[in-house]
Design a binder for this molecule. Structure first.
Ligand code: RP5
Length: 175
């Protein structure tokens, strides 16, 4: 039996331009694990390993991948390059940077010329988490289990905020 036959194929690929992005992109992997979505995490650079970027993007759909999450910093072209090579939805996560705080990454990603979209999230950890939640929402369109789990996730968040509200109101109420 070959290797692909014995392991679960990834439904989401989390790709980052550098290992230095992993500390942030762990947040995507955590959410995908929480929803039991098979995923893979890769380091592929659009400018340092362009051949790999091409090979990955052109083969992803055939590998069973449904959504690609792409994280990069500075002149963050990874998401755009991958999106140019596949019709799978690509969600871009701009990385915080030391020089321009991530605004450079955000603008590089979000300002895709018309025709090749990259669904860009917030900068940093919030974006990493939301990209995974968006990926889950996309897969949930054809997956009842995921749809149910996504609703339960929202219910838990709602309950937490309602509890916080009750707690704060009680602590600040005057007799
Ligand atoms: C981008 O350049 C990476 O995505 C990373 O955010 C940034 C810096 O990379 P390193 O110099 O830390 O490898 O390609």
């Amino acid at each position: 039996m070959n290797e692909t036959a014995t392991r679960t194929l990834p439904r989401v690929a989390v790709v980052m331009g550098s290992k230095s992005d992993y500390e942030v992109m762990k947040e995507s992997a955590k959410v995908l694990a929480e929803f039991n979505v098979p995923h893979e995490v890769r380091v592929i650079s659009a400018h340092r390993t362009p051949d790999r970027a091409h090979e990955f993007a052109t083969g992803a759909e055939e590998q069973g991948v449904g959504v690609i999450i792409a994280a990069a910093g500075k002149a963050a072209h990874l998401a755009g390059v991958l999106a140019a090579l596949t019709t799978l939805p690509v969600l871009g996560v701009p990385m915080t940077t030391s020089d321009l705080g991530g605004l450079d990454s955000l603008l590089s990603m979000v300002q895709m010329p018309a025709g090749i979209p990259v669904g860009t999230t917030a900068i940093g950890k919030a974006g990493a988490k939301n990209a995974a939640l968006l990926a889950v929402a996309i897969l949930a369109l054809s997956d009842d289990r995921l749809r149910g789990e996504l609703k339960a996730y929202r219910d838990r968040m709602r309950a937490e905020v309602e509890n916080d509200d009750a707690e704060i109101r009680q602590a600040t109420s005057h007799a």
